[in-house]
Write a protein that binds this ligand. Structure first.
Ligand SMILES: C[S@@+](CC[C@H](N)C(=O)[O-])C[C@H]1O[C@@H](n2cnc3c(N)ncnc32)[C@H](O)[C@@H]1O
Length: 222
């Protein structure tokens, strides 16, 4: 993966930009606003499962993982957080973003612990939050059946990485969701919606984050 650049998004929070791929890690209309809205508000807070097992597609900067840890502590819900990443960022790249300093300076050590956590093994980070970072390729890995109550689908956009939004991937993801499980994603494209439906999920179009995308998706395995 090429060297990413830092960009400040519309809500003042930073993200990373990959010039050759011409792709950002988060919405330029607000990185923090997008993560909070799509994954915490529409996903985590909507799910009633406790304990909750989450699978995130694309660990990236660790922003979603950090926000979920903070939410698990305030709501006192036990979370096991699986996340897959094929191209891990370096500590220097992640530190430049200063996410904990912007979001919750008193919890900086949790952000660092998430990043320092060994790959491919479960690591308890805080009383309510255990992370299991998988270094691997989502297009090749097999996932356990009916195991995840919540999926954060946060791959790069379909125009940039179509193989991450294929029917095969969604059918694998759908199989891995437990009954009643939900998936949220920032991408509301018609073809993505149809593929989620074809994989057996019931899909809702919901309003996007303030100042951001018009619509996002939430898919449920009934
Ligand atoms: C939109 S970014 C994720 C942002 C991240 N959730 C965060 O909070 O910063 C997409 C991520 O998917 C990763 N990725 C790309 N191809 C992948 C693959 N085949 N398997 C697993 N991860 C992949 C990228 O390296 C990138 O970190």
């Amino acid at each position: 993966m090429e060297q990413p650049l830092i960009e400040i998004t519309a809500d003042g929070s930073p993200t990373l930009y990959l010039p050759k791929m011409d792709e950002h890690y988060h919405s330029v209309k607000g990185a923090l606003a997008e993560s909070l809205h799509v994954f915490i508000q529409t996903g985590f807070r909507h799910s009633i499962l406790c304990p909750l097992t989450i699978f995130e597609v694309g660990f990236g900067t660790g922003l979603n993982a950090f926000l979920t840890l903070l939410e698990s502590e305030t709501s006192q819900r036990k979370v096991t957080y699986y996340t897959i990443e094929l191209y891990p960022l370096s500590t220097e790249q992640v530190n430049m973003l200063q996410y904990p300093q912007i979001i919750a300076p008193e919890n900086t050590f949790y952000f660092e612990a998430i990043h320092q956590a060994e790959w491919n093994t479960p690591i308890k980070i805080s009383p309510y939050f255990t992370i299991h970072k998988i270094k691997g390729d989502l297009t090749r890995i097999s996932l356990p059946s009916e195991s995840f109550g919540l999926i954060y689908y946060d791959a790069f956009a379909p125009e940039k990485q179509p193989d991450m939004w294929s029917e095969e991937i969604f059918s694998k993801i759908s199989d891995a969701m437990s009954p009643g499980g939900i998936l949220t994603t920032y991408c509301a494209k018609g073809e993505v919606r149809r593929r989620l439906q074809q994989s057996g999920l019931t899909v809702e179009r919901l309003p996007g984050p303030p100042g951001g995308k018009r619509e996002i998706l939430r898919a449920t395995k009934l």
